[in-house]
Design a protein around this ligand. Structure first.
Ligand code: SAM
Length: 248
């Protein structure tokens, strides 16, 4: 199993397979390609308590959209909480190959779980979703406002937006964020935009009809690495006023 995981490396999502092996066991110290270096590991289970709070009765009967899904960890989490339909898409085949592999080796039912290679600006969202996760992607896009408005249109209940941010611009501003087109964790367009803070995203969400917006966290300066102005925030937004105080 570890050999197979190595052939699919690098892994960003630390997921446990049916046999007990963790996906990150396949990660290497060095890679032949620079575009595979510096991929940090995360545990998607960090979102479990948020989803349980939003849906205390579970996600049965709900659909879940996972944008830039990577190895699909958040879709598997949503399914473990009962989601009846999930779509995870990512612009890179590298990650969708991983998501499908995890699906084959995951200890759970994967019916009605789909993973697709697609760019956010082109993906078909016509089925609509109850819950959308837009995490780690806003700041990799050439047209993030357009993308977020599309996602809002496709979302019936709650959208979670989690993005990197910049503390050296106004909270409601966006600033260019030119980046690699080929690193496995980046966008594919070169041009991208970084928000100053939650206000930049909340103004778009409110315009799109999400009347209840809550800042789950805002770390203005992560104080790591050579760029202290880099931060991170997460906004949870619901269409229905008062929905976040009183989960359905
Ligand atoms: C920083 S990672 C975040 C992955 C995951 N959502 C998470 O929160 O751990 C960015 C992911 O978005 C994908 N991505 C970047 N640009 C995209 C685009 N235009 N459309 C779809 N996925 C994209 C990347 O391939 C990568 O998997």
């Amino acid at each position: 199993m570890v050999e197979r995981l190595r052939s699919l490396a690098p892994w960003h999502m630390d997921l446990v397979l049916r046999c007990g092996t963790r996906t990150v066991a396949g990660n290497l110290c060095n890679y032949a390609e620079a575009d595979h270096e510096h991929v940090i590991a995360i545990d998607p289970d960090e979102l479990r308590s948020t989803l349980e709070h939003l849906y205390p009765e579970g996600l049965a009967g709900r659909s879940f959209l996972d944008v830039g899904c990577n190895a699909g960890g958040y879709s598997f989490l949503a399914r473990s909480l009962g989601a009846s339909r999930t779509l995870g898409f990512d612009v890179r085949e590298h990650w969708i190959r991983q998501a499908r592999f995890v699906g084959e080796h995951w200890d759970g039912d994967t019916s009605n779980m789909r993973f697709e290679v697609a760019h956010i600006h082109d993906v078909d969202l016509s089925d609509g979703f109850d819950l959308t996760l837009f995490k780690g992607v806003f700041y990799h896009l050439p047209a993030p406002i357009h993308a977020l408005l599309r996602l809002c249109d496709a979302t019936r209940d709650v959208i979670i937006v989690d993005t990197a941010s910049r503390s050296d611009i106004p909270e409601n501003a966006l600033v260019t964020n030119f980046e690699s087109r080929s690193h496995v964790m980046s966008g594919v367009d070169g041009l991208a935009w970084m928000p100053g803070g939650p206000r930049a995203v909340i103004d778009i969400l409110t315009h799109a009809g999400f009347q209840d917006c809550h800042v789950a966290f805002w770390l203005k300066e992560l104080a790591m690495g050579p760029r202290p102005e880099l931060g991170r925030f997460r906004v949870i937004a619901a269409r229905q006023p008062g929905r976040l105080a009183a989960p359905s």
